[in-house]
Design a protein around this ligand. Sequence first.
Ligand code: LFR
Length: 459
Amino acid sequence: MVGRVGPDSLELTEAHRFPNRPVRLPEGLRWDVLGLYAGVLDGLRAAGQVDSVGIDSWAVDYGLLDADGALLGNPVHYRDTRTEGVAEKVWASVPAEELYAATGLQYAPFNTLYQLRAERLTGAHRLLLIPDLLTYWLTGEQGTELTNASTTQLIDPRTRDWASDLAQRLSVDLELFAPLRRPGEAAGFLRPEVLEETALKGPVPVTAVGSHDTASAVAAVPAAAGERFAYICTGTWSLAGLELHAPVLTDESRAANFTNELGLDGTVRYLRNIMGLWLLQECVRAWGDPDLGALLLEASKVPALRSVVDAGDAAFLAPGRMPERIAEACRVSGQPVPESPAEITRCILDSLALAHRRAVADAQRLADQPVDVVYVVGGGTRNALLCQLTADACGLPVVAGPTEAAALGNVLVQARPHGLVRDLADGRRLLTRTQPLTRYEPRGRADRWREAEARLAGR
Ligand code: LFR
């Protein structure tokens, strides 16, 4: 994505798009990270001359480098099954309560800490998170960007630095990680070989951005100063919660599975990971990629809230057989079993909206910070039915947009050293003035969502 930022303008254009396909090997699910790097180079070539480059991606996953800085094997996908049963082993050394008090991170089987426990580290001298790995290949310089580092479960959200005591207790060698760098800091220049391959003229600086895509997406929530808002970053995942100035590390928060990831400018992303449109993406894949618009139209005509599943359930994490797994979850919980693609789609969207409602309500309660509006950003903003159902379920207006939130949040941080954007609030002012947004008012009966919520909780 190429961003153009001016004092009163912000434009994004797509230069190049390439698929990111996980690969199933006999040894497990892997990322084709060389393919991704080649895609990045193609993208830079297609972009043409730029003043700055910044990389963000999904979180938690990493590549290991040997003593010479060469990659040791394909990075393991966070949906791989290698972390099954690992958390219990970690908790035997440091109980889950202590882990949460020290890192504020929600339990997810794929947090880097658990992945490391399942890792063969022989020969590994350095661990670089995915965006840091791509940045390293572009610049030759190594660093660990803070917002993404906060998803490793090895960062203390109060000090915004490594949780060294915890690492020591768990025998994690923090020397594996390159020094922390913060969004807005310089991350080097494109290497001469990269310039040659992409036909760009140097020097081209690379800037550390909120390299966790969700950190960048939250930075692009177009909220006005002083507004009381919740956000939902929708895409493969739904990340729903609040922006805070201090972490919430209570046991109640842990039990509710809320995470305290780090955001820009000293903020905390207090949110819950919800399975997201992954559920639908996997079904659509199983159905042979039918026309999505037509499917959503049919789904909008299916009676609401007939069957709902728990869209936060880690049972839906792995790929494969998703329509059957959704139907099975409905059958086991004694609800009508959705059969046609439209019925299954409706079940998924109702379930997601319900999960959004629960996360937004729980976050307000646990952080003691009420909200008046829910901002929905990311790929899911294209799904009008999901946005409307989310407004209905939350009983709050939803403001949807921008769709390419992560790319915009990324670009806004790169614009800082150029003096075009001062801080988070300044970037948001620019977003509100320049990005098209759609507002959805809550409709329908709130008691139907309460009933579905109780049904799901088995009450
Ligand atoms: C979204 C995201 C989530 C993270 C998940 C796995 O793309 O980055 O924030 O929990 O992917 O990395």
